[in-house]
Design a protein around this ligand. Structure first.
Ligand SMILES: Nc1ncnc2c1ncn2[C@@H]1O[C@H](COP(=O)(O)OP(=O)(O)O)[C@@H](O)[C@H]1O
Ligand SMILES: O=P(O)(O)OC[C@H](O)CO
Length: 497
């Protein structure tokens, strides 16, 4: 058996390739940011060819960096930004339009129409999702309705749809394999999560031909092999999961009631609910965690659209930071937020508010408000949003979390982690490997090819780096959170419909 597993982690802002050893430890990482395209306010696109190029580029680079060849890799696991939609021509392999990113709000009117037609409940029952522009279904419809010639071609079976996992696997296999996994399918708003099949009724409502859709497979499975043109040899592609579900797997949250929160571009809290699809009454999503060991398991999810991205915004647009890490230094230069709240509703609000028309706001400014306060308010907003979601999660599941496992790029920020623990009143556990998304994809791939034995083998590898314990007094905590709730209200229903 070759010595390593390679994970390809295609995120919202960067493509990453990571090589893991049998202890689940990182041997090498490479990372490449790619272009974010904002054609209009609220619209977000990526160039699918650039995504493919950057992903394959980092994969080759990491092999070189580690001095490894194709024969050293036992399997590849894919994990991806979810919901982002690519439609391409089956014959040429070329996308017919840019990838429409999960954050894009352009299909809000299509969602309003679905709601007006009384389909909200039916869609929730079948897919576990709320009707929102976030998911892929309305994005596919938008492409077929707006890009010339695509509907005819789709009806003739000449176009294919895929999320980024599907797009990467298609390209890695030289256009031979058109698949996705249960976790990704469950984010399309086209998939019946109980029957485990594409839903003909929803497809009809959105006028999407079934022939465009990929075959849905387990998340740990050999889907195909890389063509020799890619790496000069064949490697089995054996893991596929949406990045948030992959992180749940990488954090070894295998028992019902176990949860993690991932702090990347957005912030996503998922709780394993086992073989039971728990219905949310508090604004969360019911989603498929993964298909593995011959069964499908479910999760409750709280999706926060903007988390680490607010720090990128401070860096790239406001230019008050040189780099993301500097946010910690600035936030700790001041004693508190000085009454300043930042609601990062740049692309509307996700869980538990689901307001496609909310927009970002900075409130509570006075003459004494400094750059440091705004930076601090941005970091605090990530923690308040997480509390919103945790409260909903505890209500829906009836489980009170004793601690929260965290991961993702932004958890390197110690101020963020301490404030998170303070505002939740719950200890926050940061593991040694914070690249748990990639690790989860590697585990899923490794299990499929027998590189690791089973989930117990994996659970034993989870190691803690640091626990952040709550230190804030209850009055301060509640006063701060109350301010947040007030600020959120002001940001809602801002954009005209
Ligand atoms: N030290 C830090 N403090 C706050 N935010 C950070 C820090 N380091 C990275 N980030 C944020 O984390 C995000 C990157 O995390 P990552 O897990 O790579 O995200 P993604 O997979 O969504 O691309 C960026 O949005 C960045 O602004
Ligand atoms: O790119 P990330 O890691 O922020 O993840 C994006 C999510 O998958 C969107 O649902």
């Amino acid at each position: 058996m070759p010595k390593y597993i390679m994970a390809l982690d295609q995120g919202t802002t960067s493509s990453r390739a990571i090589i893991f050893d049998e202890n689940g430890l990182i041997k090498g990482v490479t990372n490449r940011e790619f272009t974010q395209i904002y054609p209009k306010p609220g619209w977000v696109e990526h160039d699918a060819m650039e995504i493919w190029g950057s992903q394959i580029g980092v994969a080759k680079e990491v092999l070189l960096k580690c001095g490894l060849s194709v024969n050293d890799i036992a399997a590849i696991g894919i994990t991806n930004q979810r919901e982002t939609t690519v439609v391409w021509d089956k014959n040429t392999g070329k996308p017919v339009y840019n990838a429409i990113v999960w954050q894009c709000r352009r299909t809000a009117p299509i969602c309003d129409d679905l709601k007006a037609r009384g389909l909200t409940e039916k869609i929730r029952e079948k897919t576990g999702l709320v009707v929102d522009a976030y998911f892929s279904g309305t994005k596919v419809k938008w492409i077929l309705d707006n890009v010339e010639g695509t509907r005819e071609k789709a009806e003739k079976g000449e176009l294919l749809f895929g999320n980024i996992d599907t797009w990467l696997i298609w390209n890695l296999t030289g256009g031979k394999v058109h698949v996705t996994d249960y976790s990704n399918a469950s984010r399309t708003m086209l998939f019946n999560i109980h029957k485990l099949d594409w839903d003909d009724e929803i497809l009809k409502e959105l006028n999407i031909p079934r022939a465009m859709l990929p075959k849905v497979m387990p998340s740990s499975h050999i889907y195909g092999y890389t063509t020799t043109e890619v790496f000069g040899g064949e490697i089995p592609i054996a893991g596929d999961a949406g990045d948030q579900q992959a992180a749940l797997f990488g954090q070894a949250c295998y028992a019902p009631g176990m949860a993690k929160n991932t702090y990347g571009t957005g912030c996503f809290m998922l709780m394993n609910t086992g073989e039971k699809a728990v219905e949310s009454k508090s604004g969360l999503l019911t989603t498929i965690a993964w298909g593995a060991d011959g069964k499908v398991e479910y999760a409750l999810e709280g999706s926060i659209f903007i988390a680490g991205a607010v720090i990128q915004w401070l860096r790239d647009e406001l230019r008050v930071l040189d780099n993301a890490a500097q946010s910690e230094e600035l936030a700790t230069k001041v004693e508190d937020n000085n009454g300043v709240y930042l609601v990062p509703a740049f692309v509307g609000l996700g869980a538990p508010y689901w307001d496609m028309y909310a927009r970002g706001a900075i409130l509570g400014l006075t003459r004494g408000a400094k750059r440091e306060h705004i930076v601090r308010a941005a970091l605090e907003s990530i923690c308040y949003q997480t509390r919103d979601v945790l409260e909903a999660m505890q209500k829906d599941s009836g489980i009170t979390l004793k601690s929260l496992k965290v991961d993702g790029g932004a958890v390197a920020n110690n101020f963020l982690m301490q404030f998170q623990s303070d505002i939740l009143g719950v200890p926050v556990d940061r593991p040694k490997v914070i690249e748990t998304t990639a690790l989860g994809a590697a585990y899923l791939a490794g299990l499929a090819v027998g590189y690791w034995k089973d989930k117990n083998d994996i659970s034993a590898k989870w190691q803690i780096d640091r626990t952040f314990k709550p230190q804030m007094d209850i009055d301060t905590k509640e006063r701060l959170y109350k301010g947040w709730k007030k600020a959120v209200k002001r940001s809602m229903d801002w954009e005209d419909k």
